[in-house]
Design a binder for this molecule. Structure first.
Ligand code: COA
Length: 180
């Protein structure tokens, strides 16, 4: 059974590794250039995480990690208001990554549930996320979790690379979330 908790600064290294391994597996094969993926540095990502985790999450933002049975961090999710704008009426899943060796075991679903609940608890009535149109595994995963693709695409710079993205939306039933 996957457990979810808030990360601490001690998780920075593990998060850097998960982040890079997930991207290298998910985006290989034409979604992102091989040389970009090969150049990703777990140490640089860990540094980013360390800086971010030194500060508590801002109001209406949340981040969670999940651990395997041995207590190793195998995934994370970050959520908050769209575009990081605290006045936004809409919530967003910014990032969700699971280590490829742990795919298909329910970690992603557990993290997504925790992230969606946090958005609902923060008072958002709906949520969006952006996914690479060619990331079929993630798209199947989100669609199976009730998210709907929208007729809305953009090109966006994400961590130093410009990628196409398609938007997904999920209405947040606050009553149902509060009851469960
Ligand atoms: C997309 C991603 C987060 C999904 O995470 P995951 O941990 O593999 O997802 P889950 O295991 O929860 O669900 C995936 C499948 O495993 C199945 N599953 C769930 N629990 C399971 C369990 N205990 N045992 C076996 N399989 C299980 C689910 O039914 C699901 O199958 P389905 O898609 O046919 O419905 C992960 O593949 C990932 O990190 N990808 C790379 C990064 C990425 O693309 N992120 C999203 C960018 S927006």
């Amino acid at each position: 059974m996957a457990t979810v908790r808030e990360p601490t600064v001690h998780d920075a290294h593990a998060l850097g590794v998960v982040h890079v391994r997930a991207w290298q597996r998910a985006y290989r094969g034409g979604l992102m250039p091989d040389e970009y993926l090969d150049g990703l540095s777990a140490r640089d990502r860990a540094q980013m995480w360390a800086e971010s985790l030194q500060r508590p999450p801002r109001p209406r933002f949340a981040r969670y990690v999940t651990e395997d049975d041995a207590g190793a961090v195998v995934g994370f999710i970050t959520v908050g208001p769209t575009d990081g704008d605290t006045d936004s009426e809409m919530g967003e899943v910014y990032a969700l990554n699971v280590d490829p060796d742990a795919w298909g075991k329910g970690y992603g679903r557990t993290l997504l549930k925790a992230g969606v609940r946090a958005l609902s608890d923060a008072g958002f009535g709906e949520a969006i996320l952006w996914v690479h149109p060619g990331n079929h595994r993630a798209r199947r995963f989100y669609e199976a979790s009730g998210w709907d693709p929208e007729d809305c695409q953009r090109r966006q710079e994400v961590l130093g690379i410009e990628v196409p993205e398609v938007r997904y939306r999920l209405p947040l039933d606050q009553t149902a979330h509060r009851r469960s």
